[in-house]
Write a protein that binds this ligand. Structure first.
Ligand code: MLT
Ligand code: MN
Ligand code: ZN
Length: 299
């Protein structure tokens, strides 16, 4: 199977429009080695012909435009080989792009009931989209294997979070899921986990025998957003396990026998974006990667 990282930054992108943190300043003025990044989303395909989007970021227009495989065909019709969108949650950075896909004939949307409810009755984004094009909702049920196309299938799994919901009171199962995608022909699996608060035993069980893991790299330290004065909440309170420090994702994931582990959903504030930073060196020394937009991986 093929995966293309369409966007590797967390909400706000890199640089973020209103931010003057050290990495945002460096990417604007070119003073340190780093690259701009758009907001978090990937495209997956078994054969590079039919593609599935995981999350639809506010940057989806530019992301599809930069992806040669997702251009309209030569027959003059307004279609691209985009089969469906799979959502991990209802966060704006993962769903605003749905509205930018409204010119299509319709959209097949895989989402849990909890995410579907938030999009319908919390952010109202789905109601707006449905005024433009039909949306064919496929309920995602954690633990159930679901066929997509060309031998590709997925199993979603619940990712427990204590993040306070902005919309409604939904605190239960299915607010955040990860996806384990399997290519039935090779038997190889990819796990997409852009939001994870804790690597619980149940979440780690989904990583067993996975060839490639794309995982939450939002923060380095738990308290860095508080320290920088940009948030009143720690990384964990925002639903993100930090990369560094004791119990961080680097320490937890580096020993696992996953061929490639790549950080995605990287927040603009964090030093790993600077290619000459000590934090970046630590990630690479542990054999892990930091995604850039346009990265393609054959799993
Ligand atoms: C998050 O990842 O914590 C959210 O997407 C932040 C946000 O967009 O407000
Ligand atoms: Mn986010
Ligand atoms: Zn910034």
């Amino acid at each position: 199977m093929w995966v293309r990282v369409l966007g590797s930054a967390a909400g706000g992108g890199f640089p973020q429009w209103n931010c003057a943190c050290p990495p945002c300043r460096a990417v604007r003025n070119g003073s340190r080695p780093t690259r701009p990044r758009t907001q978090s989303s990937i495209a997956v395909s078994a054969d590079r012909r039919r593609w599935f989007l995981l999350n639809a970021s506010p940057d989806v227009h530019a992301q599809l435009g930069a992806c040669p495989a997702l251009q309209p065909g030569p027959d003059g019709s307004r279609t691209v080989p985009l089969e469906a969108v799979l959502l991990t949650d209802a966060e704006l950075d993962h769903t605003l792009g749905l509205l930018l896909l409204r010119e299509g004939r319709g959209l097949v949307l895989h989402a849990t009931a909890a995410t579907h409810d938030t999009l319908s009755d919390g952010t109202f984004l789905l109601r707006t989209l449905e005024a433009y094009c039909p949306v064919d909702w496929r309920p995602v049920v954690p633990g159930v294997d679901t066929a997509l196309a060309d031998g590709l299938s997925y199993r979603a799994f619940d990712v427990p979070t204590t993040k306070r919901p902005r919309f409604g009171s939904g605190t239960g199962e299915g607010r955040v899921v990860g996806y384990r995608l399997t290519d039935g022909r090779s038997g190889r699996a990819l796990v997409y986990l852009p939001v994870v608060q804790e690597l619980t035993a149940a979440v780690c069980a989904e990583l067993e025998d996975c060839a490639c893991l794309l995982v939450d790299g939002t923060c380095w330290d738990d308290d860095e957003l508080v320290r920088l004065g940009v948030s009143g909440r720690t990384a964990r309170e925002m639903g993100h396990l930090p990369i560094g420090g004791p119990g961080g994702s680097l320490e937890r994931l580096a020993p696992l026998p996953v061929e490639r582990t790549v950080y995605v959903h990287v927040n603009n504030t964090i030093p790993v974006l600077l290619e000459d930073s000590p934090e970046r060196r630590i990630v690479e020394q542990r054999g892990m990667e930091v995604a850039v937009d346009g990265l393609e991986i054959e799993v």
